[in-house]
Design a protein around this ligand. Structure first.
Ligand SMILES: [Zn+2]
Length: 406
């Protein structure tokens, strides 16, 4: 009997996947766009929706009783195993439903972060979550209390395009910060750049974010890092007098909008494109930054690209790879460790060193350290903010001393 039941369930899953592959929009992009829609289960009075920015829910079906199947697929494959999902559920009456997550590609489903208003978020109680893995496919299931007010269900607490716009526009109210558009994404979204500091300064640091859509702790780290540079502390003011900080907070806005796991709408991992430059987004970054460095006396001191992964880690060059300023990375990480003696983080000086990542391109092009600054997916926002702010202070101390000695 059990065998028969699992056969019926698997056959059902196969049908769901088949149907899913048929509901892609015909668009002139290399990745099939998920269809934005509501799934109405009228008899049960339950509705699922992926009709909002950043959503990802590729299909939804009612299995039996109070059990629903949410199908989650990446935009292309093979792809890094960092599944993103985001959807809303409402129900005419208050009830508990079971949502089974069906990943069609390898990866681990994160325990959901839930919200009743899209503003306050909390982790789902672990008693309401089960997960089992077999043959690279993970079956996970959540028990969710639903009712007339929509319940938001996310893989990670979101940082949306609107959140990042609001942050950028708030910073740009300061007279020493300028916001410009350096290009457009494939679907026409502006790629924005902030320039903080003395516009006559010829020393620069470059900062990128959100090449990879689900990597929200990277965005949190970027915002806190830049906010610290924008403070009115004596250190920040001195730094802004000598340095311009150039920030591109969202390199892949289409990916964030469409809830991608990794790629642009051109079906390319942007952080493997700093060499071929096949994507309009990476070309916009390259052209904006290299134009700046063509100005007379322009000198780049640091390139940082904020991401998220399974742990807090810096992907860097080796100490024997000469950078300007000399041994910046070694000195900076020492400063961070002294600032936070109990903070455990890692450094990997060889990660992806031969792949066309932004950090390798920046190191080869500008001669500065090029660093991928990764926060753990599960590092709390509060901790990310504190660490990134301390890291910005340590960076400013080193670079201010560098320019003073010149
Ligand atoms: Zn990444």
């Amino acid at each position: 009997m059990n065998k028969l039941r699992s056969f019926i369930f698997l056959a059902f899953i196969a049908l769901v996947i088949l149907e899913d592959s048929a509901v892609c929009s015909e668009m002139p992009f290399k990745v099939p766009l998920q269809t934005r829609k509501e799934w109405n289960f009228e008899k049960e009075g339950v509705q699922f929706s992926n009709n909002f920015s950043g959503a990802r829910l590729n299909n939804c079906a009612h299995l039996q009783d109070n059990i629903y199947i949410a199908t989650i697929s990446p935009e292309n494959s093979p792809i890094n195993q960092s599944p993103w999902y985001a959807f809303k559920i409402s129900s005419c009456k208050k009830q508990t439903i079971e949502v089974r997550f069906l990943l069609t590609h390898p990866g681990t489903t994160s325990k959901p972060i839930i919200s009743f208003d899209g503003k306050e978020f909390k982790a789902l109680d672990k008693k309401l979550w089960t997960q089992e893995s077999s043959e690279n496919k993970t079956l996970a299931s959540a028990l969710l209390e639903v009712g007339p007010n929509p319940l938001w269900v996310f893989a990670h607490q979101p940082i949306s395009l609107d959140d990042l716009d609001l942050w950028s526009n708030t910073l740009a109210k300061s007279p020493s910060t300028k916001i410009t558009t350096i290009g457009k994404s494939m679907e026409g979204r502006p790629i924005k750049q902030l320039a903080l500091g003395n516009p006559d300064a010829t020393n620069f640091i470059f900062i990128l974010g959100r090449q990879h859509p689900p990597e929200v702790t990277g965005s949190v780290g970027l915002m806190s890092f830049v906010d610290t540079i924008a403070l009115n502390s004596p250190l920040s003011k001195t730094f802004r007098h000598s340095f311009q900080t150039i920030v591109i907070p969202v390199v892949n806005p289409d990916g964030v909008e469409h809830g991608h796991w990794r790629s642009t709408l051109g079906s390319v991992d942007p952080n493997r494109d700093y060499g071929p430059f096949t994507q309009i987004e990476t070309r916009a970054v390259r052209d904006a930054l290299t134009t700046i460095t063509k100005q007379p006396k322009a000198r780049v001191y640091l390139f940082l690209d904020f991401h998220s992964t399974s742990e807090d880690i810096f992907y860097t060059q080796r100490d024997e790879d000469q950078t300007f300023p000399l041994l910046f990375t070694k000195r900076w990480l020492k400063g961070i460790q002294e600032h936070f003696p109990n903070y455990a983080f890692k450094r990997d000086a060889e990660h992806n060193e031969n792949l066309p990542t932004s950090k390798t391109w920046a190191y080869k092009t500008f001669g500065s350290a090029g660093i991928t600054y990764e926060f753990g997916y599960n590092t709390s926002f509060e901790k990310v903010r504190a660490i990134a702010s301390g890291a910005a202070e340590e960076m400013m101390k080193i670079l201010v001393a560098e320019t003073a000695s010149r």
